[in-house]
Design a protein around this ligand. Structure first.
Ligand code: APR
Length: 237
């Protein structure tokens, strides 16, 4: 069975990272058009860098939860038959053991040099304009896909959705495109679709099945069920 999983901020909520649009979410305290567009970065780079520096620092204070760990177990069981796509810029999937994670919206712990196009693992700050480790230019920005920019690896994601048997969406509100269109794309291919989400999302009625509850409970139960149903166990070698 070939499976594509899409995760959103809800999968990291129980690790202590705020989502975007829930009560107390990031976009309640910040206008996304002021902190998450290339135009806002050009207009006030310090404001934008400060916003992402604070989120990067927060990453050091949180740990993966049971949902992240269950998805890492699923990768062990399904191998290349699983593609894990995340809208999240945190590294909690990798810290839980997932090795093949497609970060369609980029990664917070990577700095992108807009002078030499180099990308560098980064856990510190960017506000103080550190030089690029590659070319020395002071042109580092967070490697995050901002509103108005093109998400990463869309061809790889579409190819996987085209070929998969099951599409599962976890912890996302279904309001941001192109991710919000993945369920329609999968349905057009006759793929079975499942949503695991705390609340009703904008796309809930599009899914064959939509389950309510916290990811830390729904995801391990779904993974165990799928592995039992498919007889899939850890892939040896
Ligand atoms: N378990 C499962 N789902 C949860 C949990 C939880 N513990 N907590 C919240 N959720 C669900 C909410 O019900 C909501 O539907 O997660 C969803 C979070 O939605 P958003 O805050 O809109 O986050 P997301 O869908 O990931 O945002 C998409 O928007 O701001 C941009 O680029 C940013 O990647 C982000 C994109």
């Amino acid at each position: 069975m070939r499976v594509v999983v899409l995760t959103g901020a809800g999968v990291s909520a129980e690790s202590g990272l705020a989502t975007f649009r829930d009560a107390g979410g990031l976009w309640e305290g910040h206008d996304p058009m002021v902190v998450a567009t290339p135009e806002s970065f050009a207009a006030d780079p310090d404001l934008v860098q400060r916003f992402y520096d604070a989120r990067r620092a927060e990453l050091a204070r949180v740990e993966p939860n049971a949902a992240h760990r269950a998805l890492a177990r699923l990768e062990d069981a399904l191998g290349d038959d699983l593609l894990l796509v995340t809208q999240n810029v945190d590294d909690l999937h990798e810290r839980a053991g997932s090795r093949r994670v497609v970060h369609m919206h980029g990664r917070l712990r990577v700095a992108w040099c807009t002078a030499c196009d180099g990308r560098h693992d980064w856990t510190g700050t960017l506000l103080d304009l550190p030089p690029c480790p590659g070319c020395g230019a002071e042109r580092l920005r967070p490697d995050v896909v901002w509103f108005g920019e093109i998400p990463y690896e869309m061809e790889r994601i579409e190819d996987a959705l085209w070929d998969c048997d099951l599409f599962v969406s976890i912890g996302t509100s279904g309001v941001v495109y192109p991710a919000a269109a993945f369920v329609q794309y999968a349905l057009s291919r006759g793929v079975t679709t499942l949503e695991l989400n705390l609340d009703v999302s904008d796309a809930s009625t599009d899914f064959h099945v939509s389950r309510r509850g916290p990811a830390s409970e729904l995801v391990p139960a779904w993974v165990e069920g799928l592995m039992a149903a498919t007889g899939a166990g850890p892939v040896s070698g």
